[in-house]
Design a protein around this ligand. Structure first.
Ligand code: SAM
Length: 202
């Protein structure tokens, strides 16, 4: 019953955005990290699995490209941030030439993907970001017992692959140079934040 309600909300972008904003404290944590890591100033950035443009407005429209597999979310993104660029595209295999971007952002995507698909997304991201380009990945992780609401949210999250910080590190480490990794809370939701850069060599 609750699962069906979650699915219903996820298909309606206005309800989905409101619910997520409430659960995640208006995404203030992610906005702070994105600014702190200097992503909006690093050049042209690709936002992989951009959803309904949660973070687009933190970037200059000329320096931002959002991609998402889901046409409904891409439509919602275009309505929410009309001056920015969005493409409906599979992040495992994009149309961009190698080295098209100076930075990559991934928020809340890998926990929806099994290891093989997550690895394919990260490999493609490494291809389209210039060697040495900026990388910022923030993904949901398991909540401790002291955060029962976070545990409840994770239980009903549509992502079936919520990982520990170590498991995310094992996926990301071979593909990107990890400079910093930390646990942060976004409203009720626990995240792993991994900042680094694309490897200089393939
Ligand atoms: C929880 S949403 C996160 C959206 C946004 N990044 C945010 O944090 O608000 C996960 C997004 O990943 C997208 N996604 C999943 N697999 C994808 C793929 N292979 N290519 C592109 N987008 C994908 C989904 O469609 C969904 O919009």
């Amino acid at each position: 019953m609750l699962r069906r309600l979650v699915d219903f909300c996820a298909g309606r972008t206005a309800i989905y955005d409101r619910l997520r904003n409430w659960l995640e404290g208006d995404f203030r944590m992610q906005a702070e990290v994105i600014a702190g890591e200097g992503l909006p100033e690093c050049g042209r950035v690709i936002d992989v699995g951009c959803g309904t443009a949660t973070f687009a407005r933190l970037f200059d429209p000329d320096r931002y490209v959002g991609i998402d597999l889901d046409a409904v979310y891409v439509g919602g993104a275009r309505r929410r941030a009309p001056g920015h660029t969005f493409h409906q595209m599979d992040a495992t295999s994009t149309d961009f030439p190698a080295g098209s971007f100076d930075g990559g952002l991934v928020v809340g995507v890998l926990h929806h993907l099994d290891d093989a698909t997550a690895a394919a997304v990260l490999d493609e991201l490494r291809r389209v970001v210039k060697p040495g380009g900026r990388m910022l990945i923030m993904e949901q992780t398991h909540s401790p017992w002291t955060n029962p609401i976070g545990r409840f949210v994770n239980h009903f999250d549509k992502g079936g692959f919520i990982r520990s910080p170590e498991e995310y590190g094992r996926l990301i480490g071979p593909r990107f140079r990890i400079a910093r990794s930390s646990r942060r809370r976004s409203g009720f939701v626990d995240y792993v934040v991994i900042a680094g850069s694309a490897h200089d060599s393939a």
